[in-house]
Ligand binder design. Structure first.
Ligand SMILES: [Zn+2]
Length: 208
């Protein structure tokens, strides 16, 4: 990826995270990218990709999905997933997010997919999981939670490209046998909105 794209994607961080002073946005000596540099204390506020962790929950040949009651993608369907917190592992985060969004207790089985989305600085880690008991209900961020047969997945109203890719890979695996592990890069077409979930290519796809 060219540095031009990366620079164009820099979000303005207006204030220093160390002293609260105003930042300027420049390329520091010896670096190649525009950074937020404090005009008062001189420290740089770096911004790095965020990890999104979640679960693909299999139950009776169905999968558990949640309908979002929050923005973005309000009213659209997703697998339970959210930002990993400091102090937890990816698997713990995926279990926690599932509890928060679907009131479901799950046991993580294996890592199913790691999907990088460079344009927005996110990496998704989606784990295969099983329900510890058959109980689930919408948490505060969901309006509905439902088990879907693979043929009934609400493809017309999915929340994110990452979920579309995850579900496509899963269904392809199930058709020929068992789920594998997938790594891939979701390159969103520049200039398309996050709601255009089909505007991507899946690159560097590796599976094992
Ligand atoms: Zn500062």
């Amino acid at each position: 990826m060219s540095s031009k794209i990366l620079q164009g994607n820099i979000r303005k961080i207006n204030f220093c995270q160390f002293c609260g002073g105003p930042n300027k946005h420049e390329i520091p000596d010896g670096e190649e990218k525009v950074r937020a540099i404090c005009t008062r204390c001189g420290k740089i506020t770096y911004e790095n990709p965020k990890m999104v962790v979640g679960c693909l929950i299999e139950h009776d040949k169905k999968i558990l999905m949640c309908r979002r009651k929050i923005h973005p993608s309000y009213g659209l369907w997703t697998l339970p997933a959210g930002y990993m917190e400091i102090g937890e592992s990816a698997a713990e985060g995926a279990i926690r997010e599932t509890w928060e969004e679907a009131n479901a207790e799950v046991e993580v089985q294996s890592l199913f997919a790691q999907l990088d989305i460079p344009l927005v600085g996110q990496t998704y880690m989606i784990f295969l999981a099983k329900l510890k008991n058959p109980h689930f209900s919408p948490g505060p961020e969901s309006s509905e939670c439902q088990l879907f047969e693979l043929d009934d997945i609400p493809y017309d109203s999915l929340a994110f490209s990452s979920m579309l890719v995850t579900l496509n890979l899963y269904i392809e695996d199930i058709k020929v046998g068992r789920p594998k592990f997938h790594y891939g890069v979701i390159n969103k077409r520049p200039g398309t909105s996050p709601s255009e979930i089909h505007a991507y290519t899946l690159d560097f796809h590796m599976q094992s």
